[in-house]
Design a protein around this ligand. Structure first.
Ligand SMILES: [Zn+2]
Length: 277
């Protein structure tokens, strides 16, 4: 699943190549990935100029005059810039030609969705979760995060993935952030101290800022997901203590963690700083 650093990188490359350019061709290979809430089909975009491209939650939005194309890549969706006439990939969902460049959406699981909607008609998109605070924005302060955390009754990893609270972390970076903060993924939010909350906030900022910079630095083609620098997700050994990493299921999702650096439970763990001794 593309996560925030991947989406930001793809966006910056697509803006460089395609902003201000006119759609000259279109084709749909997998109608199942396209949902059109307007009268017509992808050809509605022909002759229209790409005015802007931005991220909204886990969607990439391509804005044309009067029409938005909002794409949620879900598990396996990818974008690729191709030259027109280049052979189609087996996984091609649809393509938009912009003169000498073609934007392709590939999806080998066909789980992603692209919505063609009237400008800003977000309510036409099921599952569009917004309202989370952008973790890379100045609004994402320690105070704001700790107050969000205080009102949660769920496990910390479930909270981190809630896009209505945070915009946004996915499975890979949720694991990295919890490792950075030394917190077990199954910990309940209510058992975290104020200091834990502050540490978790700082871990989110550090992990995400570094990931954005690293993905940008690598300059891979936009269909390549750069993940090899992650420390625990899908890895064997803890880079900090050398322990064998474990996985745990949290609400149906596999989570990677270090049993030493992220102790399993705080029950029975006496926090002497809070007893006053
Ligand atoms: Zn460790």
């Amino acid at each position: 699943m593309p996560e925030l650093p991947d989406l930001l990188y793809v966006l910056s490359r697509l803006r460089e190549r395609l902003l201000g350019r006119v759609v000259t061709a279109e084709r749909v290979r997998e109608p199942v990935v396209l949902r059109v809430t307007l009268r017509g089909n992808l050809s509605l975009l022909l002759g229209r100029t790409l005015a802007s491209a931005f991220r909204k939650s886990h969607f990439l939005v391509f804005r044309f005059e009067g029409i938005d194309l909002a794409v949620n890549p879900m598990l396996a969706g990818r974008f690729r810039l191709a030259a027109p006439g280049e052979a189609d990939e087996k996984t091609l969902g649809f393509a938009l030609g912009f003169g000498d460049a073609e934007l392709r959406y590939l999806d080998d699981k066909k789980m992603g969705k692209a919505y063609l909607i009237a400008t800003d008609d977000w309510k036409a998109i099921p599952g569009m979760q917004t309202g989370g605070v952008d973790v890379l924005s100045p609004e994402f302060t320690r105070e704001r995060f700790v107050s969000l955390l205080k009102h949660r009754r769920d496990q910390v990893r479930v909270f981190l993935l809630d896009k209505k609270a945070l915009d946004s972390l996915g499975n890979a970076y949720a694991d990295e952030v919890l490792f950075e903060a030394g917190i077990h993924p199954k910990t309940f939010c209510r058992s975290l101290t104020h200091d834990d909350g502050v540490r978790l906030h700082d871990a989110i900022v550090k992990v995400m800022t570094e990931a954005v910079a690293e993905v940008e630095r690598r300059k891979e083609p936009i269909d390549v997901k750069v993940r090899d620098f992650l420390k625990v997700r899908r890895k064997d050994t803890c880079p900090r203590c050398g322990s064998k990493l474990r996985t745990a299921g949290v609400k149906g999702m596999d989570s990677w963690f270090c049993p030493q650096c992220q102790p399993a439970t705080r029950a029975g763990f006496v926090d002497w700083t809070r007893t006053g001794r």
